[in-house]
Design a protein around this ligand. Sequence first.
Ligand code: NDP
Length: 234
Amino acid sequence: MSRSVLVTGGNRGIGLAIARAFAEAGDAVTITHRSGEPPDGLSGVTCDVTDAASVDAAFDKVEAEQGPVEVLVANAGITRDTLLLRMGEEDFTDVLDTNLTGAFRVAKRASRSMLRARKGRMVFISSVVGLLGSPGQVNYAASKAGLVGLARSIARELGSRSITANVVAPGFVESDMTAELSEERRQEILGGIPLGRYASADEVARVVRWVASDEAAYVTGAVIPVDGGLGMGH
Ligand code: NDP
């Protein structure tokens, strides 16, 4: 049965692969984008997750066009890497505002109609570094760790209404975000990954689609690694 799916930051990268995976399965999918046009074949709505009014307006539009959101994927995220000593307060708060508070804003808005429907799926895209830590990513890792507490609290609050909240924690994925890494850092990272390679965005997308499916109806509050074994032990 076709569901109403919203993927934040679905205009490129992992979010786009996630959106395409749901669309392939026959769901009605809208992605958020901040500028330009939505990718071919997908509906788009402009939305900046740092702005509650923009989130609200985006949901209003999605609800009017494809019905209340039944599957929410909070994927929008940014990095602003630098070492702790050099990290300005804005570098910290901006990353938290997008990655963590942004996820809170969309989850809160989505919960309204999910509560009414007495069902729903929320999936938060975290990262292996949320639990592993990463030099130069105090802000980013804190935001990604925060998503775990956020999702697990939602799982406890809304579980009685058949709403699940899960975290998918990718390791290193071929994308614009990782293209910025130096070749030296890339080799260093590959050395720590048991599978010896980065993930494709599609490999992350398929896990997200699964955890939002009926097959995963009894999975909630989980942190699902898609990291080639990099984060094992957490
Ligand atoms: P990209 O940088 O390729 O894409 C990020 C997406 O987030 C873009 O669509 C971007 O929109 C959107 N976005 C950023 N800020 C906002 C905002 N304020 N409001 C709305 N949308 C916003 O990243 P990836 O595809 O690599 O990453 C996607 C998610 O996966 C992120 O949460 C990231 O932290 C996580 N992740 C990525 C990994 C990787 O190896 N790449 C590993 C682990 C986790 P716009 O095009 O307008 O900038």
